[in-house]
Ligand binder design. Structure first.
Ligand SMILES: CC(C)(COP(=O)(O)OP(=O)(O)OC[C@H]1O[C@@H](n2cnc3c(N)ncnc32)[C@H](O)[C@@H]1OP(=O)(O)O)[C@@H](O)C(=O)NCCC(=O)NCCS
Length: 335
């Protein structure tokens, strides 16, 4: 991977744009803590374990990214991570003196990060899902570079209002709690469930078994989507064949809020009520054990899933964008 040195360059008169690797976790901590407070306010998400993990990475000074200094004060940062020939925009966050200035600093950081990635020939694909930002709010650099935009929804279910009747299960299928014994089969199911699916255009991990294993690994071992909860995650298995028919995976994003990180049903088993059964079962279980709300993200064009969630009482709390660029399929014309 080629890492270009980041020369200091002016943004506005008092601003400097610098390489993230020049900064320690201690210097970045106040910015990240302010960001964590925003995650909580906007998405009910306790971001502190993600913050601590990110600070460890920042201290190892390996993350490609940039910061903006405003007269010596850290006013914003952005970074990305590489997965093979793919780059994933990890985050972008800024604190300006006005909302307009905050947006300008964020856009400047993102444009510089995209420039770095576009100048790097080994980067064949770029993915971004900046959950904190309203759809269309910081997308100038992405649009100019020719990214495809996929509108996504952040949905929430208030469990004090939800009373979902559990549908009954056909005798040939059993419901069981998540077990790591099913790690490989679960990755196979994810890979199968997203064949030709819009979410596989957004996240190319779904396109291969290796990628699906990596997706599961990230969900289960790292706190990026909350802390995985084995006892709130469920599998459906065919009694005769032992094959998995579906799964719902949940994580904890705040003491009283759970997040559904995965729900899928094998294509051959769809339309029989299994998706609804898993969703309702997990929801009832979470409610009984004291969870106040459940959140999830879903692609707006995934009408079946959106219909299922709305029917269960989920409402849209926030709209954000997934941005994707496949370099092989795009002509680069940047001056
Ligand atoms: C979304 C998914 C989990 C639904 O599972 P399923 O077992 O097929 O769904 P169910 O049979 O339980 O149907 C539940 C509801 O979903 C919606 N739904 C399911 N199939 C649908 C279809 N073909 N067209 C429109 N709505 C549909 C309906 O609201 C349905 O309720 P109804 O039967 O009362 O009309 C499944 O289609 C799937 O795995 N899709 C691929 C992965 C995915 O998109 N996961 C969600 C990511 S956020």
């Amino acid at each position: 991977m080629v890492n270009h040195p980041a020369p200091a360059m002016p943004v506005e008169t008092q601003f400097e744009l610098l390489d993230l690797k020049q900064f320690s976790a201690r210097q970045l901590r106040p910015l990240l803590e302010s960001e964590a407070a925003l995650w909580h306010e906007r998405l009910r998400w306790d971001y502190s374990s993600s913050t601590e993990l990110l600070l460890q990475y920042l201290d190892s000074r390996i993350l490609p990214g940039f910061v903006v200094l405003d007269r010596g004060r850290l006013a914003g940062y952005t970074f990305c991570v590489y997965e093979g020939n793919k780059a994933v925009v990890g985050d972008a966050y800024a604190i300006g003196s006005t909302p307009e200035q905050t947006a300008r600093i964020t856009e400047t950081l993102l444009r510089r990060l995209l420039d770095l990635l576009l100048e790097t020939p080994s980067v064949g694909r770029i993915e971004s899902q900046l959950l904190l930002y309203d759809a269309g709010s910081v997308d100038g650099g992405f649009r100019e570079a020719g990214f495809a935009r996929h509108p996504r929804l952040f949905m929430e279910l208030n469990l004090s209002q939800a009373r979902l009747s559990s549908p009954s299960l056909t005798p040939e299928i059993e419901l069981m709690p998540w077990s790591s014994l099913y790690y490989q089969s679960a990755a196979e199911l994810i890979n199968l469930a997203y064949l030709g699916h819009v979410d596989a255009e957004i996240n190319d991990q779904y396109c291969s078994l290796h990628g699906s294993l990596r997706f599961l690994h990230n969900i289960i071992r790292f706190p990026g989507c909350g802390v995985f909860e084995e006892n709130n995650s469920w599998l459906l298995r065919e009694r005769n064949t032992g094959q998995l028919s579906g799964m719902i995976l949940c994580s904890r994003v705040a003491p009283d809020v759970a997040h559904i990180t995965q729900l899928c049903i094998a294509p051959a088993q769809r339309g029989r009520g299994l998706g609804r059964l898993l969703l309702y079962h997990a929801t009832n279980h979470l409610r009984r054990t004291g969870t106040a709300a459940i959140t999830l993200t879903v692609t707006e064009s995934n009408h079946q899933a959106v219909a299922l969630y709305e029917d269960a009482g989920f409402h849209v709390r926030h709209r954000f964008d997934a941005m994707v660029l496949n370099r092989s399929s795009t002509l680069w014309m940047r001056g």
